[in-house]
Design a protein around this ligand. Structure first.
Ligand SMILES: [Mg+2]
Length: 193
């Protein structure tokens, strides 16, 4: 028998803000690069890291290898710098108390399962499952769409919460799942799309 209702939530910048962790990680990489003397070939990387240091987000088109290093530092070494989106977590807690199951769907990857579970545990999130991709062959939104399609077969109703509007648009455009509702999370503001 199908379960009634499931909340599917993204992790980074939906449940937890990763801005500070990214800033710390970018500063460390930046300083290492400056010290390493072969910076002449990495001007693009340096200016991209400056964007992260200033804005706490990753520049579009940021070099893939460096992106992996940046996220690994942010999610492992600086994991404690992630802080909870308390308003949203309280809202989710209420939904769980009222009978919904909670599933965390994050594209950060299996390599960060330990750190991700530690944060979820530290803030007492009562979740049923943490779904992470085994590799990064697909784009984040493509992988999420596949997982949501699988979940829609198991549950009567799905509510997806996500901070990236483009991910929600992609999912709504490429799926015709009639038991799916999508919500854009922007700090404490939750907007149905
Ligand atoms: Mg996110």
């Amino acid at each position: 028998m199908k379960k009634l209702s499931v909340i599917v939530s993204d992790f980074d910048d939906t449940l937890f803000f990763n801005k500070n962790a990214l800033i710390y990680a970018a500063k460390e990489l930046y300083e290492n690069l400056i010290k390493s003397k072969d910076t002449y070939q990495d001007y693009g990387i340096l200016s991209d890291l400056e964007i992260t240091i200033k804005e706490g987000k990753v520049a579009k088109g940021f070099n893939k290898k460096w992106k992996t290093d940046l996220y690994t530092l942010a999610y492992v070494k600086y994991s404690k710098e992630l802080h909870p989106n308390e308003t949203f977590i309280n809202y989710i807690d209420e939904c769980v108390k009222n009978g919904s199951e909670l599933i965390i769907l994050s594209a950060r990857g299996e390599e960060f399962r330990k750190e991700t579970e530690e944060l979820l545990k530290a803030y007492n999130l009562d979740y049923k499952q943490l779904i992470l991709p085994k590799n990064h062959e697909l784009k984040d939104e493509e992988w999420k769409l596949l997982e949501i399609k699988k979940l829609s077969d198991k549950y009567n109703h799905l509510s997806l919460f996500e901070d990236k509007e483009e991910n929600i648009r992609y999912i709504l455009k490429n799926s015709n799942i009639n038991n799916l509702e999508c919500y854009l999370v922007n700090h404490s503001i939750i907007r149905k799309m």
